[in-house]
Design a protein around this ligand. Structure first.
Ligand code: ADP
Ligand code: ZN
Length: 613
């Protein structure tokens, strides 16, 4: 049975994506593999198809090790829907349920067994693996989220370290390790810790072409977010990342008050509430999850249409991993971030105040500056992102800067004016002031604070009257980013000159800035109309009716099976059915996402839905 046949028959897909075919052939042939693929790249098929192929060839079961207990139920459910025999073993099962799985395991009835790492290394489980191995019925180990083995990754799980037992105890059983984490340090660590020195490495491009990147300057963040969602993503599933728990709660409330179905998620919530909110996000359509970075690992919901960052993350790695949760289904999706001066100040302060050593802190500052550089960039965002991960590319045509190139202005002169104002104010009274006051002086605003302190007599008073506050804030952000201004967190965020100020004052360093970007509300009205209606625009009126009816039918099936709707059929599959208006089972053949099992299970029902509209 060829792997193409399995792809078509079981999963209903016509072609492999990217390096999937090479990986699958290698693993079916018994080779070890380390797979680095971005989120949404299609890692699951890389071990699921080998598992099926090797089981059919009489080589026994595949054991999948995954740290994501909360998601195993749905992963196994999705395989059942596709007609693949699968099960999971983790702490959510009762003793009786677990024994039942173990009996099926030993009888060879399972193709894929998902298990938590702490389960794998128990003597009881190892004894069962031994007995399978003796009968030649242990086919493959798949180690998902392999970066969990490394302390350099962000999700270190000590239990992963014990997985070396798999190789030591069953050296003849091939292993495939998979992760979406890119950096070289983590990769080397995975190889060493899991003893994958002889594994072939498959490194995919980290580009996610269907994600459109937009980064806007923060003005009234909440309003900007509301406009973004209302104009472009009403009714869509999305994730909004915020920096603090309190902010998560506030924003979730605000969205709800505006009629957007939003739920909060952060580590301060009760475990049960968290799980319930996650389930609802996965199972219902069009929920917006407002969350701290505690949310997201392993969330494989394919139809997340946007990821918004209301506050600036710590670094590009985090930003890219979080935005990567959008658009796993390959359909257009948005990554939207809003950032401001306060974000930079806050992040800097957190670094400064952390107990880490100076060298480490310097590293963190460098990472923050790289993200700030991306935010202030006037050229293609994707080129910058991929370059950060060591990949060269061409302007993408699908980011804000490519679609609407920003005007650039020379802020060198404004920067010098700003620095000399900070200097003079300090000279005059021996104390420093915050950004607001400095800008008032520059712009010649005789506020009470200005006149009380006699600052209207300074020679720089009013010399920046032609500059808007927005422009000055941009200048200030750049100056902070390049280290020409320091923000003293201990003294009310006052601005201080640094060693780096001199070069700017002397005109040795030029400061290039982007004109303020237009607000998101002003763009792409065409797509928003479509989004509001929530049906593919490519369908004619009848097709749209069929699509709506299919969605209602799918929701019922999903509820009855206690699974997310996308596990039954993806939106793209429903759209393809609605377009084709099938009259017979034959007409349903070859539609993407309809494998043999789903055709058999749902074909007739789908035809009935077609007749009913
Ligand atoms: P990852 O684990 O790498 O983030 P998944 O394995 O969850 O990605 O795959 C992402 C989505 O892409 C899933 O919905 C999956 O069904 C789909 N997919 C994977 N491979 C293919 C393919 N060859 N053709 C069509 N869809 C695919
Ligand atoms: Zn671009």
């Amino acid at each position: 049975m060829s792997i193409h046949h399995i792809l078509q028959e079981v999963f209903g897909y016509g072609a492999f994506r990217g390096p999937q075919q090479d990986i699958i052939e290698h693993v079916v042939g018994g080779g070890d593999a380390l797979v680095l693929m971005p989120t949404g790249g299609g890692k699951s098929l890389c071990y699921q198809i080998p598992a099926i192929a090797r089981q059919r060839a009489g080589q026994g079961i595949t054991v999948v090790i995954s740290p994501l207990i909360a998601l195993m139920h749905d992963q196994v459910g999705a395989l059942h829907e596709a007609g693949v025999s699968a099960a999971f073993l983790n702490s959510t099962l009762s003793g009786e349920e677990a024994s039942q799985v173990e009996r099926r395991l030993l009888r060879g009835e399972i193709t894929l067994l998902y298990a938590a790492p702490e389960r794998i290394t128990t003597p009881r489980f190892l004894a069962q693996l031994d007995s399978l191995q003796e009968r030649g019925a242990l086919s493959l180990f798949a180690i998902d989220e392999a970066h969990c083995v490394s302390q350099w990754g962000h999700d270190f799980r000590p239990e992963y370290r014990a997985l070396t037992v798999l190789h030591e105890r069953y050296p003849s059983v091939p292993r495939i390790a998979l992760t979406a984490t890119a950096d070289a340090l983590t990769r080397a660590d995975i190889v060493e810790r899991l003893q994958l020195q002889n594994a072939r490495q498959f490194v995919s491009s980290f580009d996610r072409p269907n994600i459109s990147y937009t980064i806007v300057e923060k003005r009234e963040a909440t309003q900007q977010l509301l406009r973004f969602i209302m104009n472009e993503h009403m009714g869509d599933a999305g994730i909004v990342y915020c920096q603090s728990r309190k902010r998560v709660e506030d924003i979730a409330n605000t969205l709800c008050n505006e009629g957007i179905a939003a739920l909060p998620y952060h580590a301060g919530l009760d475990q049960q509430v968290r799980q319930a909110n996650q389930d609802q996000f996965l199972r219902s359509e069009g929920i917006v999850m407002v969350a701290t970075i505690a949310f997201g690992m392993g969330i494989n919901k394919p139809d997340v249409r946007f990821v918004a960052h209301l506050d600036m993350p710590k670094n590009i790695e985090g930003y890219y991993q979080e935005t990567g949760r959008a658009g796993r289904d390959g359909e257009p999706a948005d990554a939207w971030m809003c950032y401001g001066l306060q974000d930079v100040v806050n992040q800097r302060r957190m670094i400064d105040e952390s107990p880490a050593g100076e060298e480490f802190k310097q590293g963190l500052r460098g990472k923050l500056d790289a993200l700030l550089g991306l935010s202030e960039a006037t050229d293609c965002r994707r080129v910058r992102l991929l370059a950060y991960f060591g990949e060269a590319s061409q302007p993408c045509g699908n980011c804000d800067n490519c679609l609407r190139p920003p005007a650039v202005w020379d802020g060198t002169d404004a920067a010098r004016k700003l620095l000399s104002t900070i200097y003079r104010v300090q000279q005059m009274g021996g104390i420093s002031y915050g950004a607001g006051h400095i800008m008032d002086i520059l712009r010649g605003k005789p506020t009470e604070k200005v006149t009380q302190r006699g600052h209207e007599t300074l020679s720089t008073f009013g010399i920046g009257a032609d500059l808007s506050e927005l422009q000055l804030r941009g200048v200030l952000r750049q100056l902070i980013a390049i280290g020409a201004v320091a923000v003293d967190a201990e003294a009310f965020n006052t601005l201080q000159l640094t060693d780096g100020s001199r070069a700017v004052l002397k005109g040795e360093v030029s400061v290039q800035l982007r004109e303020s970007v237009s607000s998101p509300g002003e763009r792409k009205t065409k797509r928003s109309a479509v989004a509001a209606a929530k049906v593919p625009a490519s369908l004619d009126v009848d097709g749209q009716e069929r699509y709506v009816a299919l969605k209602a039918w799918r929701a019922e099936v999903a509820r009855a099976h206690n699974l997310p709707a996308y596990v039954i059929f993806h939106d793209a599959t429903l759209a393809a059915i609605a377009e084709r208006a099938p009259q017979s089972l034959d007409d349903l053949q070859g539609i993407t996402g309809i494998g043999a099992k789903k055709l058999e299970a749902y074909g007739q029902e789908v035809l009935r839905v077609m007749v009913s509209v």
